[in-house]
Write a protein that binds this ligand. Structure first.
Ligand code: SF4
Ligand code: SF4
Length: 494
């Protein structure tokens, strides 16, 4: 883009005025001091920027004019809410990495406005939007209440409809969406992947230098491969322990169901111990990955099917233990607003959706907690903290465990780089963010990292492995389950 918003004034550091401004920024996002928010804003500028923004990156040459069609373009009213103050900049991971205005929330909103006004949608414009992680740190930070989440969701829908991606980019994305939302397809590839892990094929390929010759995206996928234990099945109906307090449904997820079934099993045990009858009907994908990637029709189809699945079960709540899924399911009312058959039903459904920690915090504990003498580092998944505003509930639930200490992570507002499919389609910035987060986690001195999103767990494990470090990871429900069952703390380190 040639005609750029001049952000110099909002991003300079070092002066007294700058210090006051940073204090204000820290205050705006609830951080204790400027040191708690993203620093080193310009640290990686030249190399990262060239690497990520186009050097050696062939363009598609796609050109769409006007940039947006009439089907839900980014809302001009929401765009005008942005007063260009820059408070969001220090928490935006891509701005933290590149120091580039057009890779900040303010810059991306400026480009949306350009698209509404006069500019075509072209490679460079899409590149800046593609680099957005959708982490929503800017929504938390913005003192003017700009709904960037709605803006980027509308923009991504337009990109996927109107912009012609390069053939290799398109094929890679299609491959992801042909597998990840479908547990049976994931199971089919899980078997050969188990053999791959058992025989250490990845390490052999690395030693032989073959892995280095694979494209960056394939290397990233390989590095993120989770351990693949045997899948634990969830019963379609689980009775409560003791007196029944609630009847709830549980979303078992796609990746969660196949690769993190032990998290689902722990969640069901905890809910049952807290007096819940749990219904786990046969279900498909909730549509979160597709929604965040702008694949509108596909995501709406998944949303309708999820509503159909749970609607007739007479549930008090639908419980979700994966942050990205929960934030999307709470948005069904908005996503299906044009569908006369589903609009009202979607609103009703969304009103029942709860993150599991939010739900447990609301109903209060009845099951006994046994001591777990352990120091944990709690990582706020962006789609729990920023998108759903759920930060105190998981901490509160974990603090009910005698002997457990929680260490806070520096720069907790900044994304770890996982962000749905981001660490597969944008491996370079994702790796930088992952290592940055891993260093901050290691610096806490905690024994274990605890987080509510499977993507964050995989991202942090892969980042630490790359750094030659290791730390066990667990979901809050695994920790709580261990405490309620009175298991030794060592079980968590397995
Ligand atoms: S969603 Fe995250 S990456 Fe995107 S503009 Fe906002 S803070 Fe930056
Ligand atoms: S999005 Fe909000 S915080 Fe960021 S520049 Fe605009 S008004 Fe300021």
């Amino acid at each position: 883009m040639t005609d750029r918003y001049d952000a110099t004034d909002a991003t300079e550091r070092g002066s007294d005025e700058g210090t006051a401004r940073e204090d204000a920024m820290a205050g705006a996002i609830g951080a204790g001091s400027p040191e708690d928010v993203g620093q080193n804003t310009f640290a990686a500028t030249t190399e990262s920027l060239q690497h990520t923004m186009g050097k050696d990156r062939p363009e598609s040459g796609s050109y769409a004019f006007p940039a947006f069609d009439d089907h839900h373009p980014p809302d001009k009213g929401l765009i005008d809410d942005c007063v260009h103050c820059g408070f969001c900049l220090p928490t935006c991971p891509t701005y933290v990495l590149f120091g580039e205005e057009m890779d900040s929330p303010r810059g991306r909103i400026y480009l949306m406005n350009k698209g509404l006004d006069e500019e075509p949608m072209n490679d460079e414009m899409v590149r800046h939007w593609d680099l957005c992680l959708g982490c929503m740190a800017c929504v938390t930070a913005c003192p003017s209440g700009v709904q960037y989440d709605k803006l980027i969701e509308a923009t991504r829908g337009q990109i996927e409809r109107r912009y012609e991606r390069r053939a290799d980019d398109k094929a890679f994305r299609e491959m992801i969406f042909k597998f990840f939302p479908y547990p049976n397809r994931l199971r089919a590839i899980a078997a050969p992947m188990r053999l791959y892990q058992r025989f250490g094929i990845g390490d052999r390929l690395r030693k032989a230098g073959i892995m280095d010759r694979l494209p960056a995206r394939m290397r990233a996928m390989e590095a993120l491969l989770p351990d693949l234990p045997k899948e634990e099945k969830i019963l379609e109906l689980t009775e409560p322990v003791g007196e029944k307090r609630r009847r709830v449904g549980i979303l078992t997820g796609c990746v969660q169901r196949v690769f993190f079934s032990h998290v689902n099993a722990a969640t069901v045990r905890v809910l049952a111990a807290e007096g819940c009858e749990i219904v786990a009907p046969k279900q498909g994908c909730c549509g979160a990955l597709s929604t965040h990637a702008g694949r509108e029709e596909e995501s709406l189809d998944f949303a309708r099917k999820t509503i159909d699945t749970f609607e007739g079960e007479n549930l008090d709540n639908v419980i979700v233990n994966a942050a990205g899924c929960g934030s999307t399911m709470k948005e069904y009312g908005h996503l299906l607003r044009d569908d006369p058959e589903y609009a009202e039903r979607a609103k009703e459904f969304s009103s029942k959706v709860r993150d599991v920690t939010e739900f447990l915090h609301d109903i209060g504990p009845v099951a006994e907690r046994h001591p777990l003498p352990v120091e944990i580092a709690y990582h706020d998944a962006c789609h729990l903290g920023h998108a759903q505003g759920i930060r105190k509930q998981p901490r509160h639930v974990l603090k009910q465990i005698p002997g457990l200490g929680i260490k806070e992570i520096r720069e907790s507002e900044v994304c770890c780089g996982s962000a749905g499919i981001y660490n597969m389609v944008e491996p370079e910035p994702a790796a930088e963010l992952g290592e940055r987060k891993a260093k901050n986690v290691l610096a806490t001195g905690a024994q274990i990292i605890v987080t509510s999103n499977p993507g964050c767990t995989l991202q942090l494990r892969a980042s630490m492995k790359k750094m030659g470090r290791e730390m066990p990871a667990a979901h809050p429900m695994e920790v709580l389950d261990a405490s309620i069952r009175g298991e030794p703390v060592e079980e968590l380190f397995q």
